[in-house]
Write a protein that binds this ligand. Sequence first.
Ligand code: FEO
Length: 395
Amino acid sequence: MNWRNTPKISDNVYWVGVKDWNRRIFDSLIPLPNGTSYNSYLILGTEKKVLIDTVNPGFEREWEEKIRKIVDLGDIDYVVMNHAEPDHAGAIPYIMKLNQKAKLITSQRGTKMAQTFFKVPENRIMVVQDQQTLSLGDKTLRFIEAPMLHWPETMFTYLEEDGVLFPCDFFGAHIAYGLHDNEVEDLLVHAQRYFGEIMMPFRVMGQKAMEKLESLKINIIAPSHGPIHKNPNRILNAYKKWVYGETREKATIVYVTMWGSTEKMVKPMVDVLASEGIEVSLHNLVVADVGDIAKDLVDSKAIVLGAPTVLGGMHPLAVYASYLVKVLRPPLKFGVVLSSYGWGGGAVKHVEELLGGLKIEIAGALEINGPPTESDIGQVVELGKALAKKIKEER
Ligand code: FEO
């Protein structure tokens, strides 16, 4: 008995993805506290049958059983590779071996990746250009190039008659539960975290993609991670803010402390900013989840870095946080550095070296020797007030 769940998401369009409930880390970098899903979709046209994306290696058999519940594997005409990262393309060799006639559809840039990563012979690859269409009989696919969302070869696939957009990573969320958006109460929180981790460095490319989508009638967004958006406007509106770097009156504070001195500087900063009406999120880097930090950086105007000195530079955890800021490229406007040292400073200079070149105005830096005195705390309070003023005045 084939008991696999293969819900229909539109007319003759089925979800044949898998849930990775137990995955806890992605790319050995991104924590996945809620697991993730690898969404694959099966479209049955009257003349052609198409798989949209595949699944992560290790899930091939489960995926195969789902597809077999609906069609014979040999009946599939095309496999669309929207994106070559193995969490979506890793099962391409599996399906291409079981079905010797299917063609792999990919963008021009995806061709080499399909050959390099998945050993797909050139004669089984069908390259599509931006806005090219493919008739499946009663249904039509349109391919839309969306480079860098998430890799250079990425494209979206749009099912015209149903208004279903398959954007692979874009609009996704790393959560295993919930098939549809209405089943996940705090979906936008997960989506924002995912955006911060994966899409934030590519905001300009995201803007271009959003412009391309404006002319499409989108009824459903079916990404390759997380729930399917039956109410696409909610995620579209959120993405419009995020890709254009719309920020709130908010400061993200990340810090590490060794003997408590830096923390004694950070705590008054939290209170001053909050009392000035600034939204504050605080992350102790020793226990912080980098995904949560990435989420908060998506819409913060300012960052406060609490970084004690270790061996002439900032604490390694603060180096890591600074590097994340550098590569994730959040739309931050202001930065403040708070630091203490035991016998030799250097952390503030180190921060300035690392973050130099970013469009972040350093609104103030304070480096003190040992535990902060009343006078030092007074300086932190003044720095906090000045930062709050800048945040509120920034437009
Ligand atoms: Fe979900 Fe970039 O792969």
